[in-house]
Ligand binder design. Sequence first.
Ligand code: SAH
Length: 253
Amino acid sequence: MNKQPKLTLVGAGPGDPELITLKAVRVLEEADVVLYDALANEELLAHAKNAEKIFVGKRRGMHKFIQEKIHDLIVSHALKGKHVVRLKGGDPFIFGRGSEELKFVISKGIEIDIVPGVTSAIAAPASFGISLTQRGVNESFRVITGTRSDLKLSEDIEAAASSNTTIVILMGMSKLESIVGKFIAKGKNHIPVAIVENGTKKEEQLAVGTIETILELVKEKKLSNPAIIVVGETVKESEVLYQQLLNQKGKVL
Ligand code: SAH
């Protein structure tokens, strides 16, 4: 029997397939169709035993699925009386265009639901013991995209660089040189920086340095996307924790 058309937007978590919520797993089990991105761990699709699985991300030189095509796929499947799950990496509302997809399907009279996810902005640093707040060190953290929709560097980075906040930058690796330049222009050469590539996944990598040394470290370790850049004194304060975790994993910085 056909169900009520429905879209559930689901956060897939940062990468580790266990870092997904129980609710997300239940929704995947009940799904008829799952549309998933490159950042959603494919192992999670095993939960969606009865669903048609459609990849709608960008991968290995393939053209990016245009957003309108994704909207059309969601609506056409839902209107056949199916429960469509849109599985997105991390939390779907953090630089995930989740709200755009929901607004579109609402305009077609389709029911919606949302299952929040564990965002990589917090989980990738946390998995290496890097705490975004620290008592007596900072009073806030700020999550900023490195790359705006017009592909320019976000001006928020320069503004945040003037304050004491911990700065977490997503989609920033291709702009790292300009980001470093913004801090150097404010004389903040010695602020600690951590970069977590593929956080919470088997291939995770960590680099820790300062504004002055980070470009060299990235080159040495060949770090690239997906990665989270954390800039702030809390990185230094977390040294005991990340050293311990690296030791336990038999890794070195
Ligand atoms: N909605 C997602 C973010 C999407 S934007 C979330 O909440 O996590 C894509 C960016 O997220 C990437 O460019 C990278 O900066 C970051 N990212 C996603 N998964 C990551 C991971 N496992 N490790 C490091 N960075 C990650």
